[in-house]
Write a protein that binds this ligand. Structure first.
Ligand code: CTP
Ligand code: MG
Length: 235
């Protein structure tokens, strides 16, 4: 089955601080989005990449992709995104033509995911899973708290879930296209990843090993780490 990758890249990057939209910020001279597109196109299975651009930035993103070297076997489509990540993914999914029965959803903000992780996700969908997420065990213990009434107030701890059973989830997440499409038609609650929409349908989601280099560039320190990883790869 032919694989399409949807890359939501329409966010502002508020937590990264002032500047260009996060996906257009440079990592060692190349926009984060270009790294992310290359990471998807690096998989021989991926024949189409749909980039979901900032709502007013589709033309800019199109010319950015045209200006960088990308694998010839992959097609690229750019569509404008929405106000939330969920809406952006839906708009990207609608731009995937029939015939792509497997869809990956990959954050532009995870520019350094290794191709082996991408292929592991695809392989698990091909083996029959409706939804696959790469994930890692947690380094930190996690507490559930009662969120502070006012900023800076101490927060009472409600519970400590057993860390051994927790995983930190990354992207690309892989789906049988029909299942992800149904999730977007049915689920209206706010979610922070695509697989949780599929969970709400009652479908099984499985985890495969993620990778440290698939971390999300969220805060300024993540830029430092990303550039160091690229320097180590000599990119
Ligand atoms: N995203 C999107 N459309 C939105 C919001 C987010 O396509 N309306 C994308 C981002 O571009 C990013 C991915 O979803 O590639 C993961 O989101 P996140 O890391 O939260 O990025 P931002 O929303 O841009 O950052 P912040 O939450 O700090 O503003
Ligand atoms: Mg966000």
């Amino acid at each position: 089955a032919s694989v399409a990758a949807v890359i939501p890249a329409a966010g502002r990057g508020v937590r990264l601080g002032p500047g260009a939209p996060k996906a257009l910020r440079a990592l060692n001279g190349t926009p984060m989005l270009v790294h992310a597109v290359r990471a998807m196109a690096a998989s021989r299975a991926v024949s189409l990449v749909v980039v979901v651009a900032p709502p007013d930035g589709a033309a800019e993103v199109r010319s950015l992709l045209d200006a960088h070297v990308l694998p010839e076997r992959t097609d690229f489509v750019v569509v404008p995104g929405g106000a939330t990540r969920q809406e952006s993914v839906r708009l990207g999914l609608e731009a995937v033509p029939a015939g792509h029965d497997i869809v990956l959803v990959h954050d532009a903000a995870r520019p350094l995911v290794p191709v082996d992780t991408v292929d592991a996700v695809i392989d698990a969908v091909r083996a029959g899973a409706a939804a696959v997420v790469p994930a890692l065990p947690l380094a930190d213990t996690v507490k559930e708290v009662e969120p502070a009434a006012a900023p800076g107030e101490p927060e009472p701890v409600l519970a400590t879930p057993s860390r051994a059973r927790l995983r930190a989830v990354q992207t690309p997440q892989g789906f049988a296209r029909a299942v992800l499409a149904r999730a977007h038609e049915t689920v209206t609650e706010d979610v922070t990843d695509d697989a949780s929409m599929v969970e709400r349908l009652g479908e099984t989601v499985v985890v495969v090993p993620g990778h440290e280099e698939a971390f999300k560039v969220t805060r300024p320190l993540d830029l430092v780490l990303a550039e160091a990883v690229l320097a180590r790869r000599r990119l």
